[in-house]
Design a protein. Structure first.
Lengths: 424, 437
C-alpha cells in the first residue's frame, strides 16, 4: 500500500472465522513490540444502575485467571520487563502489553488468558474496590476532573453514556459483586467484539499463526454495535455552572458541546477547524489569545472527539479565578470570530501543511502507529486511509471549514463548567 | 546486556571554538530529526528572591529574538508539522524541536537566535508573569505538590535544590524584567550549552550547517561554579502539611549521591527493586511494570495505599532517594511509614535474592530499550547523560553498569544512604477529613 511519504505505516488486516480481526504492522527500529486487544466492552455497554461495571471488569482481568494468579502474573511480566496496562473508555477496553521482541508469543498468550479466562477472585475484588474508591475520591478533589464531569452532566442527557465519566460511580462500585462482573464479561468479551493489534518488530506470519493458535477456538458472543446503543442526543441549552472547591488556587474550565459522529460528512472540516482554533501554532487561536497575548492561563486548547454517538468538542483552560470573566469573554469572542470569518488563507495553508507534515512524527513509535491503526479499524476508514488522507485534507476549502464550524459549534448550545476556589 | 543501537557508531561529538559542544547521531530510518539544546542552568543556579527565574527565562525564549519575532518560533515549527517544547529542571534548561529532516536548518536557526538575541521585552515579561503564576497555581491544586515542596524545603539547609524550580509566588510577583535578562545573559552562551541532533542527516553536512549558524557567536564569561556544600544532616527531620485534600499522603526523602558517584548504579537498581523500574536515562517506557516490586506488594496489595512509588534521579549534585504513597481511605500515615521502613530494613538485612535481582535488571534493560524509541527520546538520553554524568557515552555505559550490580552492592547502598538520620519524613493530613466539597 502506498503511504504518505515517510509514514511507513503499512498495516495488514486479517479477519479470523470467529470474527476476531488481527491488525499488524512491522516496524523494526526498536527491538520491542506493542500487543494490544481492543474490546468493545467499554462504559457505553453499561445500563442505568451499573455504571462502573465495565471499568471494574476490565481492571479485574489482571487480578487472576484460570492458569495464572495475580502475583504469578506480576512476577512473570516484571521478569520479561513487560508493561501491562488496561484502559477503560466509552467504547473500548484496551488491554496492552509492551514487551521486548523475544517475548512476543508469551505476551500474546497472556492477553489471551486475561481476555478468555479471568476468574474474578472475590478477595482481589475487595482489594481493588478499596483502591478504586480512593482513586475516585482523588478525582473528586481534582479540579480538571470535576470540571469535565460537571460539563458532561450538563451537556448530555442522563441516558447518554457521555453524560458521565467512564470510570463509573462510587455508590455502584461499592456494591458490585463478582457475579455481575462475570455476567458482563460473558456478555461482551468475545472474538467478534475484539480487534487484536501487533505493532513492532514481529513478522506478520508469526503474529497471524500465534493469534490463530491462541484465539481461533474462542467462541463468539452476540454482536451488537456500540454505536447502535447510543441514543441521539438533543443539544443542551447554553449554560454556565461553577463548582466551588475548598483549598484550590486555580479554576479549571471546560467549554463545549456535543457535536458529530466520526462518520459524519462534516467530520474532517470540523476537525480542521478545531486544529486552527485550539491546536496549531501554540494551542491555536485560544492559546494564542488567552495565554500568549493576555497571559491569563498556563494552558488553553481545544479538542474534537469524533466518535460514535455525537462526540464532544471541548475547550479547556486553567485560569486564576480573578481572571475568569476576562478569559471566558476571550474564549467566546475567539469562537465567534471564527464562526464569522473562518480561517484566514494563511491558516488554511498552514493547517494542511502541518497536518500532513506531522504524520511521520505521529507514526514514529509503535504506540503512535497503533493509535492510528485503531482509528482506521474502529471507524472503518480502510487500509488506504493514510493514502487518501492527504487528498482529504488538501481538498478542504475555507468555506467548508467555516460552514462546518457554524453547523456544529453553535454558541446557543455552549455549556461552560468551572471547578475551582469560590469566587469573591 | 548492551543497549541496542541502530547505527554502527553510537554518536560523534565535537566542540566549536566558542565552546559549544555538539553531539550528533545519525538514525536514517525515517525522515525525521530531533534537535535538542541543553543549557547548564536551572533551579540550582538561583538565589532566594529570584527563585524560578530560570524557568521564567525559558518561557521568554519563545517570545522572539532578532530573526524570529513573537510567536514565530512556534508558528514556523508547527506549520511544518513539527513539534517543539522546553523544560526547566533543577540542573538544566533544555529546548527541542522534532521535525521533518529536510527542515533541520530551521531548528538550528531558532537555537542560534535564542542563544544570544532573545529580547525579553518588558511588556512580554509582564504578560508572562501571570502565565508562570498560573502554571504554579495549577500544581497547587494537587495535595502532593504542597507536601513535596514542604519536604524539599527541609531536606537541605544550604543547597538551592531546596527551592525547587517553579519558585514561590512572592518571588514570581516581585521579580523584574532585569532579573530575567541578567539570568539570561549570565547563562546563555555557547560555552555553557550542548547541541544534540539525532536523526536523518549526514554528520559532515550537518556539522557544516552548525558551524555556519554558531561560529559567529563569541564565547561568554563562564558562569560561576556552584560552590555550596550541604552540611551533613544529623537527625531525622519531620514536616506536616495540613490542608483540604481527599486523603493522607506520605513522603520519605533521603539524601542520595549525584549521578557521578559510583553508587548511582546500585541505587537505581535498589530503587527498582523497591518500586519497579523506569528508564534512568530518558523519558518514556512501558506503563504498568513493577507490580511484583517490594513496595507494591507491601502497600498496595497490603491494602495500605492506592499507589506507591520510589524515586532516585540522576543529578549534578547530591539529591534525593524518595518514597511517595497515597493512602487508602481511613489508613493512618504512621502505618504507611512503617511499612516502607520495613521494606528498606529487609533489604538492609537480607539483600536481594538472585531471581528477584534478575527480574529487576530485565525490567531496567527493557525500560531503557523502550525509552530510546524515536529520535526525540534518543536526543534526550544523549543530552541528559552528557549533562549529569558529564559523558554522552553514559547513555550506553550507565545502563550496562546497572546489569553488573550485585545483591551486596544493593545491600551496601541501602545501609549507607537509607538511614534514619538522613531522612526527612512528610505527612499530608487532610483538614476536611478527606471530605470533598
Amino acid at each position: 500500500m502506498a503511504t504518505v511519504a515517510g509514514s511507513a505505516l503499512r498495516p495488514e488486516r486479517f479477519p479470523f472465522k470467529n470474527g476476531l480481526v488481527l491488525l499488524h504492522n512491522r516496524a523494526a527500529s526498536n527491538p520491542s513490540v506493542v500487543v494490544r486487544a481492543l474490546v468493545r466492552a467499554g462504559a457505553s455497554r453499561e445500563t442505568p444502575g451499573d455504571h462502573g461495571v465495565a471499568g471494574m471488569t476490565g481492571r479485574m482481568l489482571r487480578q487472576g485467571t484460570v492458569h495464572i494468579s495475580k502475583l504469578e502474573l506480576a512476577e512473570e511480566l516484571d521478569g520479561m520487563g513487560a508493561g501491562l496496562s488496561v484502559d477503560i473508555g466509552y467504547g473500548l477496553v484496551v488491554i496492552s502489553i509492551k514487551c521486548l521482541t523475544g517475548d512476543f508469543r508469551r505476551a500474546l498468550q497472556i492477553i489471551s488468558e486475561l481476555l478468555r479466562r479471568p476468574t474474578f477472585p472475590a478477595e482481589e475484588l475487595e482489594r481493588l474496590r478499596g483502591q478504586v474508591l480512593t482513586d475516585l475520591k482523588e478525582m473528586d478533589d481534582n479540579t480538571r476532573v470535576v470540571a469535565e464531569r460537571t460539563w458532561r452532566e450538563l451537556a448530555y442527557p442522563s441516558t447518554h453514556p457521555y453524560s458521565r465519566l467512564s470510570v463509573g460511580s462510587a455508590e455502584i462500585i461499592e456494591r458490585l459483586d463478582r457475579d455481575e462482573l462475570n455476567a458482563f464479561h460473558e456478555a461482551w468479551y468475545g472474538p467478534n467484539q475484539t480487534t487484536l493489534m501487533v505493532v513492532g518488530d514481529v513478522e506478520f506470519d508469526v503474529a497471524a499463526e500465534a493469534s490463530e493458535n491462541l484465539f481461533g477456538e474462542w467462541p463468539g458472543v452476540r454482536i451488537e454495535r456500540v454505536e447502535a446503543s447510543l441514543p441521539a442526543s438533543d443539544l443542551p441549552p447554553r449554560e454556565q455552572r461553577q463548582v466551588d472547591m475548598t483549598g484550590k488556587t486555580q479554576a479549571d474550565v471546560v467549554v463545549g458541546l456535543p457535536t458529530l459522529d466520526r462518520s459524519a460528512p462534516d467530520y474532517y472540516a470540523l476537525s480542521f477547524g478545531n486544529h486552527i482554533l485550539g491546536r496549531m501554532y501554540f494551542m491555536g487561536r485560544f492559546g494564542q489569545k488567552v495565554r500568549d497575548e493576555q497571559g491569563l492561563a498556563y494552558y488553553a486548547y481545544s479538542e474534537l472527539h469524533g466518535s460514535y454517538g455525537r462526540g464532544p468538542w471541548l475547550m479547556r483552560a486553567g485560569i486564576n479565578p480573578r481572571n475568569l470573566d476576562k478569559a471566558l469573554d476571550s474564549i467566546y469572542f475567539e469562537l465567534q470570530r471564527f464562526l464569522n470569518d473562518g480561517p484566514t488563507e494563511a491558516e488554511q495553508e498552514d493547517g494542511v501543511r502541518s497536518l500532513l507534515g506531522s504524520l511521520p512524527r505521529q507514526l514514529e513509535t509503535n504506540e503512535g502507529a497503533a493509535a492510528v491503526m485503531a482509528e482506521i479499524e474502529l471507524y472503518e476508514l480502510g487500509l488506504d486511509y493514510l493514502e487518501r488522507y492527504s487528498t482529504i485534507v488538501r481538498s478542504l476549502t475555507r468555506e467548508q471549514v467555516t460552514e462546518a464550524a457554524r453547523r456544529w459549534l453553535v454558541p446557543e448550545h455552549l455549556v461552560t463548567a468551572i471547578a475551582g476556589p469560590p469566587r469573591a | 546486556m548492551a543497549v541496542p543501537t541502530t547505527a554502527a557508531s553510537s554518536f560523534s561529538q565535537t566542540a566549536l571554538d566558542n565552546g559549544l559542544r555538539v553531539i550528533l547521531r545519525e538514525v536514517r530510518e525515517r525522515p525525521l530529526v530531533g534537535v535538542w539544546m541543553w543549557y547548564r542552568v536551572g533551579g540550582r543556579n538561583e538565589l532566594p528572591g529570584t527563585t524560578g527565574v530560570s524557568h521564567w527565562v525559558e518561557h521568554m525564549l519563545f517570545k522572539g529574538g532578532k530573526r524570529f519575532g513573537k510567536g514565530e518560533i512556534t508558528k514556523e515549527i508547527s506549520r511544518r508539522g513539527g513539534a517543539l517544547n522546553a523544560f526547566t529542571w533543577i540542573d538544566c534548561t533544555a529546548y527541542f524541536e522534532t521535525l521533518p529532516s529536510n527542515e533541520v536548518d530551521l531548528a538550528l536557526a531558532i537555537e542560534s537566535d535564542r542563544i544570544y538575541d532573545t529580547r525579553i521585552e518588558p511588556e512580554e515579561a509582564e504578560a508572562e508573569r501571570t502565565v508562570v503564576i498560573s502554571e504554579r497555581e495549577g500544581s497547587e491544586n494537587y495535595p502532593e505538590f504542597w507536601l513535596r515542596e514542604e519536604v524539599q524545603a527541609v531536606v537541605w539547609r544550604e543547597h538551592p535544590y531546596r527551592l525547587g524550580v517553579i519558585g514561590p509566588k512572592s518571588d514570581l510577583r516581585a521579580m523584574t524584567r532585569e532579573d530575567l535578562y541578567a539570568q539570561y545573559k549570565s547563562y546563555y552562551m555557547t560555552n555553557n550549552a550542548t547541541l544534540v541532533v539525532v536523526g536523518d542527516f549526514s554528520t559532515n553536512e550537518l556539522l557544516d550547517k552548525i558551524h555556519k549558524e554558531f561560529d559567529k557567536h563569541p564565547a561568554g564569561t563562564p558562569p560561576p561554579e556552584l560552590n555550596i556544600e550541604e552540611q551533613p544532616q544529623t537527625g531525622e527531620r519531620r514536616v506536616v502539611v495540613r490542608r483540604p485534600g481527599p486523603t493522607h499522603y506520605v513522603m520519605l526523602a533521603y539524601h542520595a549521591p549525584a549521578a557521578s558517584n559510583p553508587d548511582a548504579a546500585p541505587l537505581v537498581v535498589l530503587n527498582s527493586v523497591l518500586g519497579g523500574a523506569s528508564s534512568p536515562i530518558a523519558w518514556g517506557g512501558a506503563r504498568g511494570l513493577g507490580r511484583s516490586s517490594r513496595l507494591y506488594r507491601a502497600l498496595v496489595d497490603g491494602e495500605i495505599a492506592s499507589g506507591v512509588s520510589a524515586g532516585y534521579e540522576l543529578t549534578l549534585d547530591p539529591y534525593l532517594f524518595a518514597f511517595d504513597a497515597t493512602l487508602r481511605d481511613g489508613v493512618e500515615p504512621a502505618r504507611a511509614e512503617t511499612a516502607i521502613l520495613n521494606e528498606i530494613e529487609r533489604i538492609q538485612r537480607e539483600g536481594v535474592p538472585e531471581d528477584e535481582l534478575a527480574r529487576t535488571k530485565r525490567q531496567l534493560h527493557a525500560q531503557v530499550v523502550y525509552s530510546l524509541e524515536g529520535v526525540t527520546n534518543q536526543g534526550f538520553a544523549l543530552g541528559f547523560m552528557n549533562l549529569v554524568a558529564k559523558d554522552p557515552a553514559a547513555w550506553q555505559t550507565f545502563p550496562e553498569a546497572l546489569q553488573l550490580v550485585t545483591s551486596d552492592d544493593i545491600q551496601r547502598v541501602a545501609k549507607t544512604y537509607l538511614v534514619d538520620d538522613q531522612r526527612t519524613t512528610g505527612w499530608f493530613i487532610p483538614t476536611n477529613n478527606g471530605a470533598v466539597s
